[in-house]
Every structure is written in C-alpha cells, then in structure tokens.
Design a protein around this ligand. Structure first.
Ligand SMILES: [Zn+2]
Length: 149
C-alpha cells in the first residue's frame, strides 16, 4: 500500500491509500477519486511532506561500567554482577524483615514513625515504588536474582 497526499482543483488536500502508484494513476485517469470536501474529481498528487515516524524512544539500557570489549570479558563480568546480586540478596534476607505485598504500607508506617524503624523488603508495583519515592520514603529496587546453583 502506498499513501499519497492528494489535492483537488479547488486546493483541498486529503490523503488516499492505493495498492501502488499504478493503481493511483488508473483511478485518477478514470476520475474515480473524488475530493471528500467538494466532490471534485480533478485530483492531483500534492507534493509529499516527509513523514517522520514518531516512535516512542526506547528506554535506554543501563550502561554497565567497563562493559564492551570481547565476549569472554562480558561473560565474566556478568557472572561477577550475578554473584554480587546474590550476595546482596543474601544480605537483605539476613538483615531485613520480609513483609511481602505489605511492603508499601510498611515502608510508609516506618517512614511516618508509626512502627519501629527497621529494614524491610517485599514486593510492590513500580507505580507504588514511584509514589513512595515521591513521598520521600527511601526505597530501592533490587534485581532479585535466583539463588539457585
Ligand atoms: Zn475539493
């Protein structure tokens, strides 16, 4: 399919989809294309404005310092990061109370002094984590790596 910007002899501009350029030519020659505004069949192609696809920018991937280089180095680095994340998980599990889905609620109670200050961990949605941050509650998102092997 091809999109042409068209104009009638009265200068109305409109768009039309055609199977291909030849299909447009045939329909235009047969006066089968009419202006949606005035019904005029004296249609011509309007100069096309460049169409720029406005895609959403992709979220940028987090840059890992020192990444790049040969594949073997990357693999070693990934393993190192994984080890660090497992260690982090172990420390969190040791030192913090697991509050599960009550995480946001508990984080607020601690922040507002309604319960004993302590380290907690649990699950929350990214929207909720965002709201907590807006309220000034210090929360961190930890990539929760599986501890297996
Ligand atoms: Zn017209």
């Amino acid at each position: 399919m091809i999109l042409f910007e068209l104009k009638c002899s009265h200068g109305h501009r409109f768009e039309g989809w055609f199977r291909n350029g030849a299909a447009y030519e045939a329909q235009a020659a047969a006066q089968a294309i009419t202006c949606p505004v005035c019904g005029d069949s004296g249609i011509d192609k309007a100069p096309m404005a460049p169409r720029i696809a406005k895609g959403r920018p992709e979220p940028a991937a987090a840059a890992i310092p020192g990444s790049g280089g040969d594949g073997a180095g990357d693999k070693a680095q990934q393993a190192e990061i994984l080890t660090q994340l497992r260690e982090l998980r172990r420390k969190v599990e040791e030192s913090a109370d697991y509050v599960g889905e009550r995480f946001a609620e508990e984080a607020r109670r601690i922040h507002y002094g309604e319960t004993d200050a302590r380290a907690i961990y649990g699950e929350t949605s990214s929207d909720e984590a965002e709201r907590l941050r807006d309220e000034g509650v210090p929360v961190a998102r930890i990539p929760w790596v599986p501890t297996g092997n």
